[in-house]
Design a protein around this ligand. Structure first.
Ligand SMILES: [Mg+2]
Length: 384
């Protein structure tokens, strides 16, 4: 990967954090992605709004796809534990806040057995602080990073087996050239789904597969061998994220399919260890680990032959942050966009994730993300 961004990330001025508010939201019905882990009965989500002492604000998203009340659980933690440490804190670069909170609170979260929940919260805070810092400075992310294009490349993700015939042609028409399938279900053979998708995908496009950590090493070897002829662009989470590195290494040596993971990897060191074990595609999730800062820092240090394709499954707030990371990395990066109906992606902030020519336009207003439309935010407010 190896991109040089640090010179461009020049935050100036001091921002004093004043108010923090969380917004647990939810949508039900529609189509949900079917994962080897199970289905998502509703789509909960958690947004965070941080205001500075001048009344300027920033929005972020804390990962809360499941279990169904993950959003209220994490909102309570922000209010009960984090808020007091943020109020009155002054920063210039959002990284400072992550660093200080980690130093102060990581032992607490280790003690309560929720270290990764803490990472999700830090990730959302980082995104909100990027949004706040850029809005405060009066620049868009594109301007701040000096990007030549205000567009991010996207790929079609989480296509259920029964929707292949409808969604692959639809997304090909939107300019998508990469299509990711959920596999690993006993009821329909993996090879059969990949074969159908390959037939539907236009010439020159690629299929990817995601089995959501559901295979053992032996199962992964067999499953990947069965689909190798279709030349998937990558296989995502073919093993558990915490599988021994020797297992990842053995799998990488026995398959021609590039291996991908990252939505359940926490910390730059762990990402780098996985590249040493043969991983070729890193997929940090902006709402789960590191926020915008973590992904951009990773992009600067990752080996040259490794791709960074941000993972994302959530609302338009986090989605725009994830797309922005891709845009900053450049042409080698493509960001995940879920193909399934989700008003939190398509209505919460208005029609801002419109895919044209396989790209999504980034905001031109100051800030990182599009703020939610207040009326819509209220509609999706969680009643639990
Ligand atoms: Mg996945």
């Amino acid at each position: 990967m190896l991109i040089i961004l640090s010179g461009k990330m020049n935050f100036q001025g001091t921002i004093k954090i004043d108010r923090i508010k969380t917004f647990p939201i939810r949508t039900s019905g529609g189509n949900s992605p079917k994962m080897a882990l199970g289905i998502m009965p509703t789509r909960p989500a958690l947004l965070i709004k941080i205001e500075d002492s001048s009344g300027c604000f920033g929005w972020g998203e804390i990962w809360a796809n499941f279990p169904p009340r993950a959003n209220t659980h994490k909102a309570n933690i922000v209010e009960d534990v984090i808020e007091a440490h943020l109020q009155g804190f002054s920063f210039s670069d959002p990284r400072e806040v992550q660093r200080v909170l980690r130093k102060t609170l990581s032992v607490f979260f280790l003690h309560i057995g929720q270290s990764q929940v803490f990472e999700h919260i830090l990730a959302g805070i980082d995104t909100a602080l990027w949004d706040l810092a850029l809005r405060h400075k009066g620049v868009s992310f594109t301007e701040f990073m000096g990007l030549q294009s205000a567009r991010a490349r996207s790929y079609a993700s989480s296509i259920n087996a029964e929707d292949l015939g409808r969604l692959i042609p639809l997304h090909a028409e939107l300019g998508h050239t990469h299509f990711k399938l959920k596999i690993g279900f006993a009821e329909h053979g993996n090879a059969r789904i990949v074969e159908s998708a390959s037939r539907l995908a236009p010439d020159g496009s690629s299929i990817m597969v995601d089995s959501n950590q559901s295979w053992t090493l032996e199962q992964a070897k067999i499953a990947l061998r069965d689909i190798e002829d279709f030349e998937p662009y990558f296989a995502e989470e073919a093993l558990r994220a915490d599988a021994p590195l020797s297992d990842w290494e053995e799998l990488a040596e026995t398959t021609a399919i590039p291996l991908a993971a990252g939505e359940n990897v926490y910390g730059i060191e762990d990402f780098l260890s996985m590249t040493c074990a043969g991983l070729k595609v890193l997929q940090p999730d902006v709402a789960k680990w590191g926020g915008v800062s973590g992904a951009l820092d990773l992009a600067q240090i990752a080996p040259e032959d490794v791709l960074i394709w941000p993972h994302f499954m959530g609302t338009a707030v986090g989605q725009v942050a994830a797309l922005s990371i891709s845009a900053a990395i450049g042409k080698s990066s493509t960001c995940e966009v879920d193909v399934n109906d989700n008003p939190l992606r398509t209505e919460l902030c208005g029609d801002v994730i419109a895919i044209k020519g396989g790209h999504v336009e980034l905001p031109s207003d100051p800030g990182l993300v599009h703020p939610p439309i207040l009326e819509n935010l209220m509609t999706f407010a969680d009643q639990i």
